[in-house]
Ligand binder design. Structure first.
Ligand code: MN3
Ligand code: FE
Length: 297
């Protein structure tokens, strides 16, 4: 017979990290993409050179498809949480998917209202980007529909939360800040990046929690995680090189070495946190602090 968590003695566990993230998301994840003010962005846009405009279209097109991908591909992971009876995780994941939908909406506003670009943008998606967003990510997430094993969950979360969100998106924000925020350009777009960064810190925090829990519960999972991280890192670095392009000088004075270093650092931060979960009691993972998994306030 079916047992409902919230009408049984179990109730809701507000101490679990996902539940704390859920409460945080209700406060911080409710900004409205329609309220982003792009007035100055529209003026700034006209002052950029064609190659600067091209670079902004490129980075926004990488983000746009990336946000659509994570929106479309998340569902199988939510389904796993639901079928395992992890109600708190499922509750948190409702905010996660809602936030990704708003990220999709936000970037499309940039193309429609600032760049006024209606053409096809998929030409900006080069080889390494396509590997991750057209192949690895959807395949890893779809695998969960038929195979909810701990290894499949780990592979999905590494791809989605650690590589796409943890390395690529984080390095993307860094690029926006370095190219535009430093010169006080495109304040609407930068405001959006501020919101994204905060939302994503909860998403990555959840992924770190999920992977840590899987590592603590199953001895075999660490190997899967380590292998997948190693497999995807070269593509992630490839995407960063594709973002900068090979036209010199690089737009907005950006430096590729600086970015590869930043991405590698992001990668190492994720690995260090996961490494700590080895042999750790699962109860300790449940109560892991927001700070330890890098959640922003
Ligand atoms: Mn997002
Ligand atoms: Fe996200």
């Amino acid at each position: 017979m079916r047992v409902f968590a919230t009408t049984s003695e179990r109730g809701l566990n507000h101490e679990l990290l996902p539940m704390r993230l859920y409460h945080k998301a209700k406060r911080l994840g409710i900004w409205d993409p329609k309220e982003l003010d792009f007035t100055k962005d529209r003026e700034d846009w006209k002052t950029f050179t064609p190659s600067e405009q091209d670079w902004i279209l490129k980075i926004c097109s990488l983000f746009q498809a990336g946000e659509e991908a994570v929106t479309r591909d998340l569902l199988p992971l939510i389904r796993v949480a639901a079928s395992e009876g992890r109600l708190e995780e499922e509750m948190y994941l409702t905010t996660f998917l809602f936030e990704e939908a708003k990220h999709v909406e936000s970037f499309r506003r940039f193309f429609d209202e600032v760049a006024e670009y209606r053409g096809d943008l998929a030409g900006y998606h080069k080889e390494n980007y396509r590997k991750i967003f057209y192949e690895y990510l959807p395949q890893a997430m779809e695998r969960l529909i038929h195979d909810p094993s701990p290894e499949a969950q780990a592979e999905a979360s590494v791809t989605y939360n650690m590589i796409v969100e943890g390395v690529l998106a984080e390095t993307g924000y860094y690029a926006f800040y370095n190219a535009l925020a430093k010169q006080g350009k495109m304040p609407g777009l930068i405001k959006l990046v501020d919101y994204l960064k905060r939302d994503e810190s909860r998403h990555i925090g959840y992924g770190t929690y999920l992977l840590s829990r899987l590592i603590a519960e199953h001895d075999t999972v660490w190997k899967t995680i380590n292998k997948r991280m190693g497999e995807l890192l070269p593509y992630a670095i490839g995407v960063i090189n594709e973002l900068l392009g090979d036209e010199k000088p690089y737009p907005f004075g950006l430096e590729p070495d600086d970015f590869v270093q930043y991405a590698s650092k992001q990668f190492q931060i994720r690995m260090d946190v996961l490494e700590r979960a080895k042999g750790r009691p699962v109860d300790e993972i449940y109560g892991i602090s927001e700070q330890e998994v890098g959640v922003l306030s």
